[in-house]
Structure formats: structure tokens, C-alpha cells
Design a protein around this ligand. Sequence first.
Ligand SMILES: Cc1cc2nc3c(=O)[nH]c(=O)nc-3n(C[C@H](O)[C@H](O)[C@H](O)COP(=O)(O)OP(=O)(O)OC[C@H]3O[C@@H](n4cnc5c(N)ncnc54)[C@H](O)[C@@H]3O)c2cc1C
Length: 504
Amino acid sequence: MNIDNRLRSIVIVGGGTAGWMTAAALGRFLTKDGQTRVTLVESDAIGTVGVGESTIPQINIFNRMLGLDENEFVRRTKATFKLAIEFRDWERIGHSYHHPFGPYGLDMEAVSFHAYWLKLHAMGEDDDLGAYSLQAVGARQDRFMRPNGQANSPLGAIAYAFHFDAGLYARFLRDYAEARGVRRREGRITSVQQDGLNGHVTSVILESGEAVEGDLFIDCSGFRGLLIEETLHSGFEDWSNWLLNDRAVAVPCASGGSFSPVTRATARPAGWQWRIPLQHRIGNGYAYSSAHISQDEAAAYLLSHLDGEPLAEPNHIRFKAGRRKKSWNRNVVAIGLAAGFMEPLESQSIHLIQVGISRLLAMLPDRDFRQPDIDRYNRVMAFEYEKIRDFLILHFKATSRNDTPYWDYLREMAIPDYLADKIALFESYGRIFRENEELFNDTSWFSVMVGQGLRPRGYDPMVDVMPVEELRARMADIRTVIARSAEVMPDHRAFIRDHCDAMA
Ligand SMILES: Cc1cc2nc3c(=O)[nH]c(=O)nc-3n(C[C@H](O)[C@H](O)[C@H](O)COP(=O)(O)OP(=O)(O)OC[C@H]3O[C@@H](n4cnc5c(N)ncnc54)[C@H](O)[C@@H]3O)c2cc1C
């Protein structure tokens, strides 16, 4: 056995969100003793994708891992807080629902809360699922606070995430990483050198002629996948038959309208529009299918559906839904857009960066690069992407919209077996089970299934053990506790002003 066969040099290619998140994590854990050098190469001339501003609560795990001060992080990235996603016009035009973070109500007598709600709903007595979620009620009322540590109160377990400025986030993490020894090289990579025997990447060559050598290369070069695809030809699994949107147009606008702690996703004739409120502006975009609307029409549509004056020219972005068949190939690991992308629905992409980093740290190789570890990494990442994919497809499939050919296609399309099984199980007795560690748990699936108009034929018979009067009383109690708890939460803007105002 080789003793201390550690990696001597890790090269991160790309300085977008993926590159700097990876650099920050490696800086935190690997560079301490000076044995492993970490270098990040990026090109200002090429730039970053420049979007990606809405997150999910798992980002708090990443921030804690780095030991960030949250108020400083919010100030530096001009961030706001997020309690939910609001879906408008997805099930039908004029209908809306929240997909909140955190659970609904509470499980009782070993039966899930969802089952009790479905019974009340079947009896025609309850339609407002959101009233059982503190996050949904807080979102509706533009309120926010962090969990206050109180046990046995929903206020003690508020789940939240952030909206932040992507450029400022990368800059913030760059400062963090450079302070921990990560070196940055500016320059466009013009060619890649490989070992003639095993095909491993040995160095990347910059326009200046300088070679940056490494043992492990992390490809964070964005959609093109400079190393993972253009060099190693790892292959791409195309999911665009289910996820039709292949373009986006993004434009920031001046603040206006509500300042709720919510990402809004509004279904549109040929796609959907996002609205992400930051402290200094609102991020907006229209993700659309180029087969159903032209670039100019999409831009015009977006510009006529903003809450404030546009602050920049529209940024047009092309993409294809899918993932790299191998996100780890030889000595290259792709993270971020280089590894795959599904449209920004449900804000999962930055999370997938985080998963890629944490799985890589869990399976960090030495200079031997053993295949069982590589295979395991690829299996785990494939599982993560596929389960998220199916959750996203649910939003397009479960709809009664029939106003455009785009929605007609989506409503009628064949779906992956996993999703079909999940829907069939729900339509039976309303049951949902989380598959291993899939990202979206049963609360998320329940929220979106109910929000998109799916209803089961029956409910879990275990629910009938509780007398109806007791059920009504307990459900009313839960609603009251949630409503009273929400009253304690301050206004979202006031909370930011008091704790982490970037504009002061
Ligand atoms: C329209 C849209 C909306 C999105 N919204 C969200 C969201 O709300 N929430 C979310 O979680 N995610 C979102 N995402 C995803 C998110 O933007 C990305 O996951 C994130 O920005 C990571 O991008 P990246 O770092 O992989 O790539 P990029 O930002 O493209 O960075 C690539 C880097 O590689 C460098 N590079 C490339 N080629 C070379 C070369 N030859 N030489 C040197 N350097 C090179 C570039 O300079 C750049 O630094 C969205 C994505 C899109 C497309």
C-alpha cells in the first residue's frame, strides 16, 4: 500500500458559481497543510452564465460547512430570504399555490398529516393546504424570521433559503477561497494535454502559453464541458423530450411589486417566467421552448411582464436538458453546468453543485484514481439527477392547461416509469414514499401534486381510526397555531433592514 499518495495539485476549470463553490470547499478542507495545491482557472473574457439566484434550504448546510457568517453573506450578495416557491397559472390560468419549505401540519397516530388533510378535503371541508404550513403563510404575508430555537413551536423549525446575486456570490466565495490558499489564474484555455497511455488530463494550456498542471481536474467550465465532453467525450443523456424548454431570456429590473420571501414561477404560453426579488433589484427570466416561440417574441413577452424598469439588455441563454453520462471520467470530475442541467424550475441546480462537491469530498481519490470509487460517484449522481428530473416533469404533466400547443404536448406526453408509478400510487390512496435519499421529500411531492390538481380516489384507511370530530378539532388547532405563529414573524423587508441590510 502506498503511504501518502495524496493529490498534489487540483485544478478547477471555470470561475462561475460551480467553480468558486468548489474552490471554497476545497480551500476549507484540503489546503491547510500545504500538501495539495488548488488552482482555479477562469477567463473574464468568456464570463459566466450570470444567472442562478434562487436556492433551497440545503444551502445552509454548505454555508455552515464553510463557517460563513450568515448576515455578512446576505449583505455581501445583496440577498433576500426565501420560504417558498409560488406557482401561478400552472394547473390552470388564474390558479396558484405555494410549494413551501418545511412540512405541513404534523403526523398524528403514526399516520401522515397528508392523509388527514386528504380526508377533510374529500369531505369537502378543506381546500387550503397552505394554511398548515408556517412557511406558506409567512410567504403569503411577506413575513420572515429565522427559527428561534423554540421546541414544540413551528417557529423553532422555520426552513428557509436565499435569493442572491450570482455575480456577488461568486466574488464572495472567491475571497473566501483565496484567503485559504486557492490560487486563481486568469486566462482562456486554448488546449488540453492528455497522458498518451491512460488518457488522463495532465495540463490545460492558456492563451499565454502557460501550462497549468494537475493530478485531478474539476471541470466547472459551464455548458460546453471543456474537459469532460470536448476532451474526454463522456456523452450526454438528452431529456428534452420531457423537459421541452431549451432557451431562456433573463433581465434584471428595478424593485417593485411585492417583497415577499418567495420565488415566483408563472406558467406562460410557451414556458414559464421566474421572478426573484433581491435587495437591490429583481431577477427575471422566461424559460421557453424554441419550437413554440421565437427569441424575439420571448424577450418582448418578458419585457412586458416585469414589475419595474429593465436594468440591462436581455441576456439570451441556450441549453439542453440532460446530464453527462459520466460526470467523473478518468481524472476529470464535472460539477455544475458541465455535469448537466435541467431548467431552473425548483431551484435545484446550485444544490446539484453542492451534492457534486460533497460526494467528491466523500470519495476523494489519491493519485491512483480507482474505478470502483469513480463508478460509485457516477451512480450516485445519476440517481440525484434522475429523481429531480421526474419531479420537474410532474409540474408540466399534471396540468389541465390546454390553451397552447406547448401545454397540449406536455399534458399528453409519455412520462418516465418512476414518475408514472409515483402518480399512480398517489391517485390510489394518496400515499407518497421517498425513494432513498432523493432530494424532494414526500412533502414536496404532496405540495406539487395537490397544487397541480391531482387528487386520489381514496385516502389512507388508517385515518378513519380517528373520529371525525376529533380530526376536525385537531386540524383546526394546527391552523390556529400556524396563523398565530405567523403573526409573530416580522415583515421580510424589516427583518433584512434590522439584520443584514446591504443598502444601508
Ligand atoms: C436560465 C438559467 C437560470 C438559472 N436559475 C437558477 C436558479 O434560480 N437556481 C439555481 O440553483 N440554479 C439556477 N441556474 C443554474 C446556475 O446558474 C448554475 O448552476 C450555476 O451558475 C453554475 O454555473 P457554472 O459555474 O457551472 O457555469 P458558468 O457560470 O457558465 O461558468 C463557467 C466558467 O468557466 C469558464 N470557462 C469556460 N471556458 C473556458 C476556457 N476556455 N478558459 C477559461 N475559462 C473558461 C468561464 O469563464 C466561467 O468562469 C440557472 C441556469 C440558467 C441557465
